[in-house]
Design a protein around this ligand. Sequence first.
Ligand SMILES: [Zn+2]
Ligand SMILES: [Zn+2]
Length: 199
Amino acid sequence: MQGFLARVIKPATHNRCARCQVVGHHPSLELCMAKAPQEIQQIVQVFRGKEDPLSNMFVCPKGCEWGDDSTVYNSSEQEFQHEKVVALDKPEEAFELLEMNNTFQIKASELVPESLTAWVDREEGVLYQACYIKFAACSHACEALLNSRSELVEGMNDLKWGSGMDPQCTLEYLPDYWLGQNRMGKILKEIQSELLEAR
Ligand SMILES: [Zn+2]
Ligand SMILES: [Zn+2]
C-alpha cells in the first residue's frame, strides 16, 4: 500500500489510462486495449526467483554445477557477474564472486557498475552463453525450458531484462504494453530453439 497520495490532476491528462494512453478509462477496466484476454494469458509464462528454473537466480537443488578447473558456477547469475568483473579486469572482485553461494548476494553485490560501456556492448552475449551452459548442464532446468509456454517473461521491476512490472501485472497486460524490454525472456526463447535443434 502506498498510503494516501495527493495528486494534482491536469486537465490534459485527466482520466488518461496509464497503460494504453486512451482517455476515458482506468487500466483496471476490461475495455482497456492493453488488457490481455484469457487466451493470451494462457500462453505467457512469467518466471521469477531462485526456485524458478528459468530464472538466473536459480540454484539447482540437485547441486548441478558447471565451469572448468579454476571456475565453478552454480547459477547463471554467478557466471554472468563473474564474467563481468573478469572482462573489466577486476581479479579480486572475480575471486570474491566465486566464493559467494547465495545468488541474491551475488546480484546485490554489483561489484562493477552495470552501465560501463565496455561491458554494455558485450553483456547480452555473455548472458546468453551463461544461460546456455546452465541449461545444458542442468537437466531439470532444461526440461523446464523445453516444456515452457510460448511467451516467456521475467516479472520484475527491471526495464531492460524483465517486464518492468510485477508478475500479476505482467500477466494482465498484453506483451506490447509491458513497460520493460523483456530481453531475458527473448534470450530464453533463443536458447530453447537452439536446444530443440540440438536434440
Ligand atoms: Zn487502457
Ligand atoms: Zn540440476
